[in-house]
Design a protein around this ligand. Structure first.
Ligand code: 3NM
Length: 215
């Protein structure tokens, strides 16, 4: 298991080739990891399985070298084949107990949630951490639900023991507020992989998050 897990205080970066300004995955992931990102999720919606497997093998190597946690979005088979630390699934995917049967006791299972009912169900189903979002409007995810704002985040922070990760429209300029609402771990896509200067952006985001946490 990597030293850091989703839910612990950190930023959580997700890949997205459409937003990466044409840079190869190895360059983007390398920049994120060199800048100190320690939780990385591979998220590609439109690629063929063979390409995803190849890219996840690459990310597994890079994250292993960096001592970072590596999560694969949606594709349980690929997560298992590359020895990822975790798999992240959505409400429409296989039920968590069935995913657990496939991946075994050690692989982390993250589940996206958008309401208190879904959060409680995730806990009861045995998820290891939950995504909480979208906090703000986002164009990154297709068929995304309406922003849940801070109401749902506040509720999770008060009522749910499971580690949670805030996501959706989080940027350097608003992450401090998200942290002040109880999110110790924040996931970002466009703000990080879409930055021209990824190391500078990681630093700006981290600084703002620390301010929000009062550190
Ligand atoms: N999941 P950005 S929102 C992948 O609410 C994802 O579960 C969400 O992208 C959820 O940081 C989202 O560019 C996209 O807004 C987040």
């Amino acid at each position: 298991m990597p030293a850091i897990l989703p839910g612990q205080t950190d930023i959580y970066a997700l890949t997205d080739s459409r937003l990466s300004l044409g840079r190869p995955l190895a360059v983007v992931a390398g920049a994120l990891l060199d800048a100190g990102v320690r939780i990385l999720q591979y998220r590609e919606k439109k690629f063929k399985a063979g390409k995803m497997l190849e890219e996840c093998r690459l990310l597994r190597r890079l994250t292993e070298k960096a001592g970072a946690c590596f999560i694969v979005n949606d594709h349980i088979d690929i997560a298992m084949l590359v020895g990822a630390d975790g798999v992240h699934i959505g409400q429409e995917d296989l039920p968590v107990p069935e995913v657990r049967r496939l991946v075994g006791p050690d692989m982390l299972i993250g589940l996206s949630t958008h309401s208190p009912e879904q959060a409680v169900a995730a806990v009861n189903a045995g998820a290891d951490y939950i995504g909480v979002g979208p906090i703000f409007a986002t164009q990154t995810k297709e068929d995304v639900v309406d922003p849940v704002g801070f109401d749902y985040l506040d509720w999770v922070a008060r009522n749910i023991e499971l580690p949670f990760v805030a996501i959706g429209g989080i940027k350097a300029h608003n992450i401090a507020e998200v942290a002040r609402h109880g999110a110790r771990c924040c996931a970002l896509v466009s703000e990080l992989v879409g930055a021209r200067d990824i190391p500078a952006q990681v630093e700006a985001v981290r600084l703002a998050m620390r301010q929000g946490l009062g550190q």
